[in-house]
Design a binder for this molecule. Structure first.
Ligand code: CA
Length: 639
């Protein structure tokens, strides 16, 4: 099959390997555009290409020639939704010039369901570097398309002026012609439903120290969404909004994943397919589950007795880690922490330590501060961590999406790898291919995570709705360190016992235990900080504890069985020979789970964790389909 067709006017049509996905080009008045058709249906309408730099304007382009090759790429990656990726692709380069004869290439990577592109700038003459002033790259959709989107927030607002941090609500199936909540567009990824014709997921990947992180602009009916750069106010005004790189050089990839149904959206690996490792490691990182006291017991738990209780919880669960959150330095000092790490290791538990990223870009007082932002402080601190056996860090409260901040992420990752430290980022941007680019990167927040369920009842009320959304959207493009799976019914230390004055306080979990166990599978992150509390060892169902001892945090394969974003989902993840099928229902309409049909599809026999009349139960496969009401869920383990 010929995957490249050149039209008489010199514009190509590119096809994915199975030829169902086609990208064609137009040049209306020298404005180069692309559009995407899948199975004969237009899913992306003509959308502009081009960019503007301080050296030249590349928004009017002529395609001079096209090179293409069919490639087959195989790689292994132990921290994402699949462990071995083997894909065929068409790589094509459109060699273009602007009206002044300045050269630019637009490189495309097409698989059966993904179309990714980026711009490559050559070095011409003496000029060795370039600043990008704006990108014209656009995403325009056919009439009637609706979106699942989350707005970019204002900068320098929220907790201690720490936004933007990708912690906003989503709109579901919303018309496109609305202003975003804050007027700054939407953060990646965005999911679009093109009526009954299909789905499109838009994101970006390959963002490293050589560019900023971008987002989608507000919608313009004439042009659709364009790629927007950070706001000047981010990072407390420090650092440019115009990314700069050395020539020859490239922009990050803009990615579009398309399908007639949602399976390609959930199963895509394009965020990792088109990037390369930025460095190799000599370390063997070990992933797994972790306890953390801060999520339910909060700041008051930063004392030795409570930390020991959570170390002992991890040990009792057979989990390899504890995350010791903010404020440890003031409570224990470095010497005290060395002693606590030593205790943890004596019972088989390794330690992650929390740090603020700050810095001169927010008002964070949670400590340690001013360590991770400064190489002179960071490097000796990491040497110290390695010397006492710390295995990872959680760095919080970053300054936004500017290139200066992306450079900080990369510097922290690179230094941490020198000392065998894995990195989790909170108060952070979306990871963009980082699982493949950085061998010690193990997850980011970039979501309204579990902490919000402690802070506000509305987040508990929406828990199942978001659990039925994120596998299609936020979590499909990158690891998501959510910090959930609660077995407390009241999300406080007393778990519902009356407090002062006999008042029962704390937010109320709406989901069943079975739904919480489903979330352990639905949310993918190689390190899972679960929200269990020490009392759960005696007050939670034995079947729940058994499952949370056993459930993997790494996956060989992921398949969507059924679902609709925000309503319900049935998702299958394989670890070795076992399939873990997780279902959750967020709608008033009961979700029907045909266990027999799923067994037949995946091969094997299921044991079922579901909600019986006495709560969580573990049974052999039901003969009749399971009926799952709102806020309930189920897990099938199929061997
Ligand atoms: Ca947060």
């Amino acid at each position: 099959m010929n995957l490249l067709t050149l039209l008489a006017v010199g514009l190509p049509i590119l096809s994915g390997p199975d030829a169902r996905l086609q990208v064609s080009f137009g040049d209306d008045g020298s404005r180069l555009s692309y559009s995407i058709v899948y199975d004969g249906k237009t899913l992306v309408a003509p959308s502009r290409l081009g960019l503007q730099t301080n050296e030249a304007d590349y928004t009017q382009l002529d395609v001079v020639s096209v090179d293409s090759e069919e490639i087959r790429d195989t790689y292994v990656l132990d921290r994402i939704k699949a462990s071995r990726i083997d894909h065929a692709a068409l790589r094509a380069v459109l060699h273009c010039t602007n009206p002044d004869g300045r050269k630019i290439d637009v490189e495309w990577h097409l698989t059966d369901h993904d179309a990714a592109f980026r711009y490559l700038l050559p070095r011409e003459g003496e000029t060795g570097s370039v600043r990008v002033l704006a990108e014209a790259s656009a995403f325009q959709f056919p009439e009637g398309t609706t979106g699942f989107l989350t707005p970019q927030s204002d900068a320098m607002t929220g907790w201690k002026r720490s936004k933007p941090s990708y912690e906003e609500f989503y709109s579901f199936d919303a018309p496109l012609d609305r202003r975003s909540q804050y007027g700054h567009g939407y953060t990646f990824p965005g999911l679009f439903r093109v009526g009954d014709d299909g789905w499109v997921l838009v994101s970006e990947t390959g963002v490293d120290s050589r560019y900023c992180a971008s987002h989608l602009s507000d919608y313009d009916p004439a042009t659709g969404y364009t790629v927007a750069f950070p706001m000047p106010e981010e990072n407390n005004g420090n650092g440019t909004v115009e990314p700069a790189f050395a020539l020859p050089g490239a922009t990050p990839w803009r990615t579009l994943t398309v399908g007639a149904d949602l399976a390609p959206i959930v199963e895509t690996t394009v965020a990792f397919d088109v990037v390369e490792p930025r460095y190799t490691t000599t370390r063997a990182y070990r992933y797994g589950k972790s306890s953390w006291s801060w999520i339910v017991w909060q700041d008051a738990s930063m004392n030795r007795e409570d930390q020991v209780a959570y170390i002992d919880l991890a040990a009792a669960m057979g989990w390899p880690y504890i995350l010791i959150d903010a404020g440890w330095d003031q409570e224990f000092g470095h010497e005290g922490m060395a002693e606590l790490v030593s205790y943890a290791r004596s019972v088989g538990v390794d330690v992650f330590l929390w740090y603020s990223s700050s810095g001169w870009w927010n008002d964070i007082v949670q400590s340690p501060v001013n360590v991770m932002c400064d190489p002179l402080a960071r490097k000796p601190e990491m040497r110290w961590m390695e010397s006492i056996g710390v295995k990872g860090i959680k760095v919080d409260f970053f300054g936004g999406d500017k290139q200066e901040t992306i450079r900080l992420y990369e510097a922290i990752l690179s230094d941490a790898d020198d000392h065998g430290l894995m990195c989790i980022f909170h108060g952070a941007t979306l990871p963009r291919g980082w699982e493949r680019m950085y061998p010690n990167y193990v997850g980011s927040e970039a979501v309204l995570a579990s902490e919000n369920m402690i802070f506000g009842q509305n987040h508990c009320d929406l828990e199942s709705k978001y659990a039925a959304l994120h596998p299609f959207l936020r979590n499909t493009v990158g690891c998501m360190e959510f910090g959930g799976v609660f077995l407390n019914k009241r999300l406080n230390r007393a778990n519902g016992a009356p407090g002062p004055g006999g008042r029962v306080f704390g937010t109320q979990r709406r989901t069943t235990d079975a739904a919480e166990l489903a979330i352990a599978v639905l949310y993918q992150n190689p390190i899972q900080n679960f929200a269990l509390t020490p009392n759960n060892l005696t007050d939670a169902p034995a079947a729940a504890l058994d499952f949370l001892r056993e459930v993997p945090t790494t996956w060989d394969e992921t398949r969507l069985i059924d679902g609709y974003p925000g309503r319900n989902i049935v998702l299958a993840r394989r670890h070795g020979a076992a399939w873990y099928v997780a279902a959750i229902n967020a709608s008033d309409e009961p979700l029907t789970l045909d266990v027999r049909a799923i067994e037949a599809r995946l091969g094997g026999t299921a044991s079922v964790l579901s909600t019986g009349k006495d709560g969580l139960q573990r049974t052999a496969a039901a003969k009749k389909p399971l009926r799952i009401p709102k806020d309930d869920g189920a897990v099938l383990v199929i061997r």
